[in-house]
Design a binder for this molecule. Structure first.
Ligand code: PAZ
Length: 345
């Protein structure tokens, strides 16, 4: 308790600098920083736009020698899909993602219910190739992937825990700072709001012989604040706000899904409050249940709703294509005027 008072700001929340003092950096931080430095240098010389896409959920360990952990929900679809569209718009992409979450280009195959062996077939000469059923569909994706690799437009950086994520976010943002307005931050990762500070964490597996487990989680400091005001103050920053629909518990004990209109109405004011609090360029609001068809982009000047129709969903149109198209225009205005502006048409 005494230690807690030394660490926090009186409201039970430590500040971001203290967080980095008490938590241990990921072991490969220096190597990741070196490869990001090279990538940024290369793209700065080419005068490319550069986007940092964060993707996937962050893990919060309950023990130092981790057996158990808490996780945030995110498959990585938003980040991986958006990264592909950013690349189509000519951006270089740093794809900072949760280990084993979806990745650009491979995303349609790696987490499918098919085993990867189902994509292969034996040829008459006993050599192995891609099956006829998948090959033709794979070719365009494969060509795009090869092209971005050859042009050094896509860099992968991995995280697992919340602490990995935050150390990497700070490092990468500071390395990207010389890109100024040409840099965009697209913060789609689902980041935990709670954690157990290293000094308070159990070293070994918490023993079940001690009975029921009560957890106390501290609040994670709001890292968007230093990111916007110090680390990336000259760049274009897009954050995400996710909300849930409501569930009503029936007397039978079953959970009835009731997506009350009020939930989605609450989302926009909450997203606007985040924009006002941090002063960045865009907050994208989405509901977990409808995130693949509806999003709202909230800016200082306007709100833009993007919806896919049932037909568009059947045609496999991806909402990220529309999101990135809108961001590309707005980032362009930001680069040329130094300000974010409403964009017509
Ligand atoms: O990765 P995914 O497609 O399954 O989910 C995307 C998302 C809902 C995590 C993302 O769009 C988002 O809202 N990220 C921010 C979540 C948060 O409020 O921390």
């Amino acid at each position: 308790m005494a230690a807690q008072h030394l660490l926090d700001n009186g409201q039970g929340v430590i500040d971001p600098d203290t967080y980095f003092e008490i938590q241990t950096p990921p072991p490969n931080l220096a190597q990741d920083e070196a490869k990001v430095r090279d990538f940024v240098k290369y793209n700065l010389a080419k005068n490319n736009r550069l986007v940092l896409v964060t993707s996937g959920g962050t893990q919060v360990p309950l023990e130092n020698q981790t057996v158990r952990f808490i996780d945030n929900f995110s498959a990585g679809t938003r980040g991986a899909t958006s990264a592909e569209y950013f690349l189509e718009y000519g951006y270089a992409v740093i794809f900072m993602h949760r280990q084993h979450s979806l990745q650009p280009y491979s995303r349609n195959y790696t987490h499918s219910t098919n085993c990867f062996l189902d994509y292969l077939e034996l040829k008459p000469d006993d050599s192995m190739g891609v099956s006829q059923a998948i090959g033709p569909k794979l070719i365009p994706t494969f060509k795009k992937y090869q092209s971005v690799k050859q042009r050094n437009m896509l860099l992968f950086v991995e995280f697992t825990t919340l602490t990995d994520y935050l150390f990497l976010l700070r490092s990468i943002t500071l390395i990207m700072a010389p890109m100024k307005s040409k840099a965009m931050y697209y913060l789609a990762a689902a980041v935990s709001d709670f954690f157990i500070p290293a000094p308070k964490m159990a070293e070994h597996k918490i023993q079940s012989s001690e009975g029921a487990l009560t957890l106390h989680l501290d609040q994670v400091p709001k890292f968007l604040k230093p990111l916007v005001s110090q680390w990336a103050s000259e760049s274009f920053i897009v954050s995400f706000k996710a909300s849930h629909a409501s569930y009503i518990t029936c007397p039978s004990g079953t959970h009835l899904f009731a997506q009350l209109e009020t939930d989605s109405r609450l989302l926009v004011p909450k997203a606007r409050a985040a924009l006002t609090r941090y002063g960045h360029q865009i907050v994208i609001g989405n509901m977990l249940t409808t995130r693949k068809r509806d999003v709202t982009l909230i800016t200082k000047e306007d709100d833009v709703e993007i919806h896919l129709t049932d037909q568009e969903l059947r045609d496999e149109v991806e909402i990220e294509e529309r999101i990135v198209k809108e961001l590309y225009k707005r980032h362009g205005m930001f680069i040329s005027t130094g300000k974010s502006c409403a964009v017509d048409g």
